[in-house]
Design a protein around this ligand. Structure first.
Ligand code: HEM
Length: 243
C-alpha cells in the first residue's frame, strides 16, 4: 500500500474506499496498450524493411512490388483499399501509443512529489527521457519520409510510378546529407526499439533475472537487425552498389 504525502494511514476501524479503475485507465492497461500497439508498429517495420531489401533484386522487381502493394486484397477489395486500411490501423496505433505514453509519464511525475536530486543515478528516468524525445524525432522523421518517398513532394524525382528511381535519386552521393539524416533517424528508431521491446516483454512476461537477460538480448538483436536492414539501402545507393 502506498500513501501520498498529504494522506495518512487509516486508523483502526476506519473504512477505506478504494476506487477501482477500468483496465484501460490503469497503468497496467496503459502499458498493455503501449505493448500491443508497439508490437504492431514493429511488425510493420519488419515487413517494410524486407520490402525495401527488394531493391537489390533490381528496378523492375522493386517497382512491381511497390505497385503490388496497391493491389493487395483485390479483387475482394477495390484497388488501394488494403493500403488505406493498413494506413488507418497504423495511424490509430501511433496515436494510441503516444497517448498512453503521455498519460503514463504524467502519472509517474505526479506520483513523485519531490524531484530527484541526482537524476542520473535513477535508472529508468534517463531511458524515459530518451524514449520521449526519441519518439518525437521518429514522428517528425516519418512525416518527412512520407513527403519524400510516398507523396514525392520532397523527393528530387518524385515519380509515383518509379519508386526505385525515387530511392536512387534520394540517396545519390551528392545528397550525402540525406543519407546522414536517415542514418541518425534510423539509429534513433533502433534505440527506441531496444528499450520499447525490452519494456513490452517485461510488461507481458515474467520478471525473473533470467527472463530479464533474455528480454534484453531479444530487444538488442531485433533493434540491431532492423537498423542494419534499413541502413544497407541508403548506403548501397551512396556507394554506387545500387544505381
Ligand atoms: C532507409 C530506410 C527506408 C527506406 C529506403 C524506405 C523506403 C520507403 C519507400 C520507397 C516508401 C514508399 C512506398 C510506396 O509508396 O510504394 C516508404 C513508405 C513509408 N515508410 Fe519507409 N523507408 C525507410 C525507412 C522507414 C522507417 C525507419 C520508417 C518508420 C519509422 C518508415 C515508414 C514508412 C511509412 C509509414 C511509409 C508510408 C507507407 C504508406 O504509404 O502507407 N520507413 N518507405
Amino acid at each position: 500500500m502506498h500513501w501520498t504525502t498529504d494522506q495518512s494511514p487509516p486508523s483502526v476501524g476506519q473504512v477505506v474506499i478504494t476506487k477501482t479503475r477500468s483496465p484501460i485507465r490503469s497503468n497496467v492497461g496503459l502499458k498493455a496498450v503501449m505493448a500491443v500497439t508497439g508490437i504492431l508498429l514493429v511488425l510493420f517495420l519488419v515487413v517494410h524493411m524486407l520490402g525495401n531489401l527488394k531493391i537489390f533484386t533490381g528496378e523492375t522487381s522493386f517497382d512491381h512490388y511497390a505497385h503490388w502493394l496497391r493491389d493487395i486484397g483485390t479483387p475482394l477489395l477495390p484497388h488501394t483499399w488494403y493500403l488505406w486500411i493498413q494506413r488507418t490501423v497504423l495511424t490509430v496505433a501511433v496515436v494510441a501509443h503516444i497517448v498512453a505514453a503521455t498519460v503514463l509519464a504524467r502519472r509517474a511525475r505526479a506520483a513523485r512529489p519531490v524531484k530527484y536530486a541526482h537524476r542520473k543515478k535513477i535508472q529508468g528516468s534517463y531511458a524515459a527521457r530518451t524514449m520521449r524525445w526519441g519518439g518525437v524525432i521518429i514522428l517528425l522523421f516519418v512525416i518527412y519520409h512520407i513527403l519524400d518517398l510516398t507523396t514525392g513532394d520532397l523527393n528530387p524525382q518524385g515519380d509515383a510510378s518509379n519508386p526505385y528511381g525515387n530511392v536512387v535519386a534520394d540517396f545519390a552521393p551528392e545528397r550525402w546529407y540525406v543519407t546522414l539524416f536517415y542514418t541518425l533517424a534510423i539509429v534513433t528508431v533502433g534505440f527506441h526499439l531496444r528499450h520499447g521491446i525490452f519494456s513490452a516483454l517485461r510488461s507481458l512476461g515474467q520478471q525473473t533475472p533470467q527472463g530479464e537477460r533474455r528480454n534484453r538480448a531479444i530487444a538488442l538483436v531485433v533493434a540491431v537487425g532492423l537498423c542494419v536492414g534499413y541502413l544497407v539501402v541508403p548506403f548501397a545507393v551512396l556507394t554506387g552498389l545500387v544505381s
